[in-house]
Write a protein of this length. Sequence first.
Length: 318
Amino acid sequence: MTIEERINSTISEIKGISKKLVVAFSGGKDSTLVATLSREALGKENVKLLNVCFGPYSYSRGLEIVINLAEKLDLDLMFTAAYEDQEEIWKYGPSCNRCTKLAKFNAVLKSTTSIIATGANLSDTWGQTGIALKERLYAPIRDWSKNEINEALKYFSVEVPRIGEAPIREGCKLKHLLKMMANPSYHGQAVAISNEILLDHLSDFPHEMANVKIIGPLSRNIALVNVLPMPSDSKRDSIAKALKKTGIIDTVHWVDKPIKVIISANPGIFNNESSKKWILKGRLQPEFAAPISAEWIESRNRRLATFQIIDYTPEVDR
């Protein structure tokens, strides 16, 4: 199937689903394509964009991209907030899947009675199920690959700017908090402020990846800084100084060589080799600037529902 045939098939399906749609719009490639296809199928007057704003955990650059894309697509844009729900989820450890379901989708469902089109595709858990419509959530590109999504955006001549956070998934700073958020004003602010500082300092430096992972015991915030390509020593020094000036970052480490992370996990994860492998290779490694390995510890903290990185050590050459 050519990309034009793929586009036309999806447009036909959208027409059969509803006369009006609200698009859960993050400003990324997936939701931008869904917005474009929906506009082509139903007309701009029957499509609205809804952005879930995560407050301190949304990138300022990301919000600029959302607003600018909405203007270029000539579609109405609405906002709804959900950061308090995120903080409640992160009390029990990092969980992007629960955050998507319980914070993002719930916020969207509460904001409208319309059918909501999402950007779920083959790279997502939902996309892999093949379910088109569930509880007013509709996935028009559920069986699309990332390559097809990129081809379709080129077909429509729609360019989606990057935040600069990561090569693939962008938009939420909270995913870089790799421990329980027992105190939002300490743990939450650390990940929110440090990632804005990093991108501000790299505004004139072309990069493929830029994030600050916050790890450590609950009493300390350790910043693991990941940037590709690696900036100069002078820029690294200025970024490290700015991070420490926040008063809530205790240690700054640039990930420019392999490291071992010490991961405390709840028993369900600790005793499941597949889960540990996915967390290390699927969840963590893609957003680290150097190879990582892990030492796993079974947590005795009953509040920890997932995992948290409590420390790190440089890898020793063998």
